[in-house]
Design a protein around this ligand. Structure first.
Ligand code: X6L
Ligand code: MG
Ligand code: MG
Length: 164
């Protein structure tokens, strides 16, 4: 199955954290990283005052179902040293399932599509590198159509890609 993951880091060596996350994702037997976006430096949205983020997105092929993929993402977050602090606070690495095929999942700990993806340029910009024509399964709009509707002023493309 095809899925898109959003990555974010705003603590430590942010480039290294993104690269390491993609390496560990690809090392999992049930996940293959197919494509990586450019990296974007982004102004933090929500939460306390905190450093700017680097955000990126990856396309994966996986045999894991969404709940298991979510567990695997959490495991990799912990392996990279993420500790849960305040809500929306700074983090070494964040790995979110943004889209999983055209599936809609709504449980206590997992929401797909990512609930606010359609209003966040830091999710949509990197996603548009990989899947501009991918349709949001609830809103029925493509990623590039969603991107046209959001303010992109806090998002700056960096001439670098995550390595994998
Ligand atoms: C009102 C209240 C409006 C809260 C928005 C938005 C809260 C986004 C949390 C909000 C609100 C979030 C990243 C980030 C976070 C990231 C950048 C979140 C969760 N993650 N900002 N803020 N990149 N640039 O990856 O997304 S915290
Ligand atoms: Mg997030
Ligand atoms: Mg998250």
């Amino acid at each position: 199955m095809k899925a898109y993951l959003g990555l974010g880091s705003n603590i430590g060596n942010r480039f290294e954290n993104l690269n390491e996350a993609v390496r560990l994702l690809n090392e999992a037997a049930e996940i293959r990283v197919m494509n990586v976006s450019k990296i974007y430096e982004t102004v933090p949205v929500g939460g306390p005052e905190q450093p700017d983020y680097l955000n990126a997105a990856v396309e994966i092929e996986t045999t894991l179902e969404p709940a298991t993929l979510y567990q695997q993402c959490s495991t990799i977050e912990r392996a990279l040293g993420r500790v849960r602090m305040e809500r929306y606070g700074p983090r070494i690495i964040d790995i979110d399932i943004v889209l999983y095929e055209q599936l809609v999942v709504k449980t206590d700990d997992l929401n797909i599509p990512h609930p606010q993806m359609h209003e966040r340029a830091f999710v949509l910009c990197p996603l548009a590198d990989l899947a501009p024509d991918c349709v949001h399964p609830v809103l029925g709009l493509t990623v590039s159509e969603l991107l046209e509707c959001v303010n992109q002023s806090g998002v700056q493309k960096i001439d670098k890609r995550v390595t994998h």
